[in-house]
Ligand binder design. Structure first.
Ligand code: ADP
Ligand code: MG
Length: 348
């Protein structure tokens, strides 16, 4: 081929590549028992697709490590050895448990991965017909104590000091995998994207049309509608709702977030949304604020720099922390007709 023709073909091809508008590639699937969406925005189809699949593979890898249901996971190994012996774990799991204990400290124990000792007592799949026996609740609560999760830095071991203790990452794992999927995609060169890990969302860069990502927070009463919309980038927005998993006994709704002090599901709030840069922290704090309740929860969030929250109370009050930095408006706003890109906190 003549050299000048060759060059002009190359120029045409590169012009086509440059002029191609970035598009959003999304893979929606069920992971960790929840609905996930992984999105990459890029002009290069192949790169976007590979990045999304790599993000998903990262989530699946972590799920195999932290799942309490999978008998082969490192977490199950720790639980099986409660009160028996320390278990050597990967640096990654060691660090996750270390950070989980930090959040317990920060929240006065409202967030506690050792809540899982209560697992056999409550079932939130509709199969429970009566309240659990209060003696069984008391016996399980006695096994909940984050300070009895012993970390040996030198040997990289974890030891649950008492028999019957158990840890579970239900309230922090989805935030962690959202962070990791994002990191993997960013390392592959994805400048804009979004990971929605079952209501735990992190976004970066811009949606294809430019500007910021518009995120709808589900109305606990009408879950496919937004109660508030936020504009975000480089942020995590995480929602925990009492409508996700619950059981109704004698007309009272019992949801899956447990007060580690009492062993009973928490009351008072319908949903808690936390905004901050780190999806893992946001996930853990959403659960903690649920447990702490409106006053104490707000007081905590108002003290944390770079963290804000939006609460929906049992009486449908919408309460924002003092430092909510993002513009938001409620459904009654005239701008309600603006399209939002993603909705979290509800699976219609
Ligand atoms: P969602 O799953 O709706 O995002 P959360 O992030 O609040 O909600 O996680 C709730 C899950 O966390 C529960 O299903 C349970 O596995 C676990 N959990 C419940 N209570 C606590 C608690 N006090 N501290 C830590 N984890 C908890
Ligand atoms: Mg959580």
């Amino acid at each position: 081929m003549n050299r000048s023709i060759h060059i002009s073909i190359l120029l045409c091809l590169s012009f086509a590549a440059i002029s191609q508008q970035p598009r959003a590639y999304t893979h929606a699937l069920s992971l960790m028992g929840s609905a996930f969406e992984v999105t990459a925005v890029a002009a290069d189809d192949t790169l976007a697709w590979h990045a999304v699949e790599a993000g998903i593979a990262e989530i699946q890898r972590i799920e195999r490590m932290i799942s309490s249901w999978d008998p082969k996971s490192e977490t199950s190994e720790i639980n099986r050895n409660a009160g028996i012996s320390p278990v050597k774990v990967s640096p990654e799991l060691f660090q996750l448990i270390f950070r989980s204990k930090k959040v317990s400290q920060l929240t006065g124990g409202a967030f506690d991965i050792s809540f899982a000792a209560i697992d056999p007592v409550w079932r939130f799949d509709g199969s429970m017909k009566t309240l659990p026996d209060s003696a069984a609740v008391r016996a399980s609560v006695a096994k909940i104590d984050w300070q009895k999760i012993e970390l040996d830095v030198t040997n990289q071991t974890i030891f649950l000091k008492e028999k019957g203790m158990k840890i579970g990452f239900g309230a922090i794992g989805k935030g962690y995998v959202a962070n990791r999927a994002r990191a993997v995609m960013q390392e592959m060169g994805i400048k804009s994207g979004l990971v929605n890990a079952g209501g735990d969302l992190t976004c970066w860069g811009h949606p294809p049309q430019g500007g910021q990502w518009r995120i709808g927070i589900a109305d606990p009463k009408v879950r496919d509608q937004a109660i508030a919309w936020l504009w975000a980038t480089g942020q995590a927005i995480v929602t925990s709702g009492n409508y996700e998993r619950f059981t109704i006994l004698d007309g009272i709704r019992y949801s899956h977030i447990i007060n580690p002090q009492t062993g009973y599901p928490v009351r008072g709030l319908k949903s808690v949304s936390i905004m901050c840069a780190d999806a893992e922290l946001a996930d853990a704090l959403a659960t903690a604020v649920f447990v702490m309740g409106k006053e104490d929860g707000l007081a905590l969030i108002n003290q944390l720099r770079g963290v804000s929250c939006l609460l929906v109370t049992d009486t449908d009050e919408l309460i924002a922390s003092d430092n909510l930095p993002l513009h938001f408006y409620t459904k009654s706003s005239p701008q309600d007709s603006v399209q939002h890109d993603f909705q979290i906190g509800g699976k219609p």
